[in-house]
Design a protein around this ligand. Structure first.
Ligand code: NZQ
Ligand code: ZN
Length: 382
């Protein structure tokens, strides 16, 4: 096990009726910028609950943070926050609102161009406003991590940066009952692949991390069909919501190596084609597994056995079956998992290879996913 520092200060406030705790969690003297997406919170009572909880606070609303939040939109929110002298940011929505709000919380105290916070890593913890989150979509883990992924429309780029973890996040599983089918599938797939990125490397690094990771994977595989049938079962949605948070808040990555090549390739597909984040992962992961099977083979066998019960003696046959079971999981969620079925052409593969070469990317836990290997992965799932 490698050395590590674990520090996750986000207070998790979980359960029915917990949005009301905003009243006491945000100090009364704060001037709050409340950020929203496109309006889903008006259809499920979340907006009304937030308004009620903040009725004695001074707050300003910013609407319109889109899926894959863009710098073009976030600049407007930063301008509003500066004009109103806001000193607290409350994100209400899914991962995109949370991610965008992480940039807003830094941007309000930043004098330069906010895109530099992403691209030049100009972020500083001291120069960021406190941020909290009311989450309505289990998927990204943004509610309890430092990550945020921001897009730039002008250049079709999408990059991650690291910010503060939210001070607190409120997770009421009842807020998820209005999620459309597609977003449910995306949330399940994103959670699953977040675990895989931190787990599917080499065995023997930490039996504890392995078991925690496998616990989340097995839980997602078990509840997914039930949730697809009925998203209003409180206990299943609570399990889903907590799984998504635990999948990407640092708890399963202590002292172990991590991959993230699938995500990095996936971000390019979103940037260039607008494909939804989790959908890109469902497409790419089987390709990563196939192309990286000699490096990842031992862990893949462990994963196959413990998560899907695959017990085939012949190693090559086992690996083929394990990838098939993974693909079946994504197909069950309703994804089309080939690039060509989703309007992606060879030109896009050329462009991704070109970008990765220009950026000198060497991805994966062993830095062995070179631009040429990324191309092989994309060609495998074409
Ligand atoms: O915008 P509104 O109207 O709110 O509608 C949203 C949006 O259209 C809707 N929605 C959210 N909660 C709902 C709901 N509809 C009905 N009922 C509800 N309760 O769902 C749509 C998608 O929302 P979005 O926030 O974009 O989805 P998600 O949470 O999957 O976030 C995706 C973004 O997070 C990034 C992705 O790259 C992408 O930009 N990621 C962030 C990570 C992180 N911070 O650590 C890690 C992830 O790997 C990921 O990259
Ligand atoms: Zn993800």
């Amino acid at each position: 096990m490698n050395n590590f520092i674990f520090h996750n200060p986000t207070k998790l406030i979980f359960g029915k009726g917990t949005i009301a705790t905003l009243t006491t969690e945000i100090p009364k003297e704060r001037r709050v910028l409340v950020t929203f997406g496109g309006g889903s919170v008006k259809n499920n009572g979340v907006y009304d609950q937030v308004k009620e909880a903040l009725k004695e606070h001074t707050y300003f609303e910013f609407w319109g943070i889109e899926p894959n939040p863009t710098i073009e939109t976030l600049r407007k929110a930063i301008k509003l926050g500066k004009e109103k002298s806001c000193d607290f940011v409350l994100a209400v929505g899914g991962g995109s609102v949370a991610d965008g709000s992480k940039l807003i919380a830094s941007g309000i105290l930043y004098d330069g161009e906010p895109w530099d916070i992403v691209i030049k890593r100009e972020y500083s913890a001291e120069k960021s406003l406190p941020l909290a989150c009311v989450l309505t979509l289990p998927a990204t883990g943004s509610e309890m991590n430092r990550g945020a992924v921001i897009s730039k429309k002008e250049t079709n780029e999408k990059f991650a940066f690291y910010s503060n973890t939210p001070l607190f996040s409120i997770l009421d599983p009842q807020t998820t009952y209005t999620l459309p089918d597609f977003q449910i599938s995306c949330g399940l797939a994103d959670t699953f692949v977040h675990v895989i990125e931190q787990y599917l490397t080499t065995p023997g690094q930490s039996p504890l991390m392995d078991r925690w990771a496998e616990g989340i994977l097995k839980t997602i595989v078990e509840i997914a069909p039930r949730i697809i049938d009925d998203r209003t079962n409180y206990d299943d949605m609570a399990t889903f919501m907590l799984s998504a948070t635990m999948a990407l808040n640092g708890f399963i990555s202590m002292g172990v190596t991590q991959d993230w090549a699938t995500h990095m390739i996936g971000h390019e597909l979103t940037a260039l084609h607008g494909l939804t984040h989790a959908h890109t992962l469902a497409i790419i992961l089987p390709g990563t597994m196939w192309v990286m099977r000699s490096e990842k083979g031992d862990k893949m066998i462990q994963y196959g056995k413990r998560v899907f019960g695959v017990d085939i003696q012949d190693r090559d046959e086992a690996i083929v079956e394990i990838i098939r079971r993974t693909e079946d999981f994504f197909l069950m969620l309703g994804f089309k998992i080939k690039l060509s079925e989703n309007g992606v052409t060879i030109k896009t593969i050329d462009e991704i290879e070109r970008r990765f070469t220009e950026r000198n990317y060497k991805l994966g836990e062993n830095r062995s996913v070179t631009p040429a290997v990324a191309r092989e992965i994309l060609e495998r799932v074409f």
